[in-house]
Design a protein. Sequence first.
Length: 193
Amino acid sequence: MSRIDCRALALGFLMAVAALPAAWSVDAPPPAAAAASAPAEAAPGPAGLDERIQTLKSDIIQLNRDLLVLEEELLFPASTQVAVFVSMDVGKLFALDSLQLKLDDKVVANYLYTPAEVQALHRGGVQRVYLGNLKTGEHELVAFFTGVGPHERDYRRGATVKFEKGSDAKYIELRIKDSTGKLQPEFDVKVWQ
């Protein structure tokens, strides 16, 4: 079942429950039995209705969180999961414009960066560029970085890493660093254990 189907089903269920009269509950008898055995009750006031709506909203938000976690666990189990992240240090020698990822000679991600995203990376942010599944065995990741390098020249560099995918999740970090000794940016790949 897809994410949209799960959410639509959950939302439809919650809307149906919200539409039920207040007298209906799991512990309450059916409306006909309740009407026969108890005197008529007044409808809930606006304050009671607001509380029920807020409770229902918080239940929907919690259900949505649970569905997202369940979806990620089902689509990307730890035994096949691989995630690729990008980080950058000071970045005075390289202004990142785009990134292309190839995994086993297949393009799996292309990303164009906005100035705000580049600034976030400069401030220590880490971006998840790719999340997918891989079978166990040896794999090759190639990353192509495009941007503006030293002396305002167009710059395109690549970084390659071969790694062994085992039964655990694999996390790979693509790091862009300034090399003050060479006055050039360096592109490094780190495979986290």
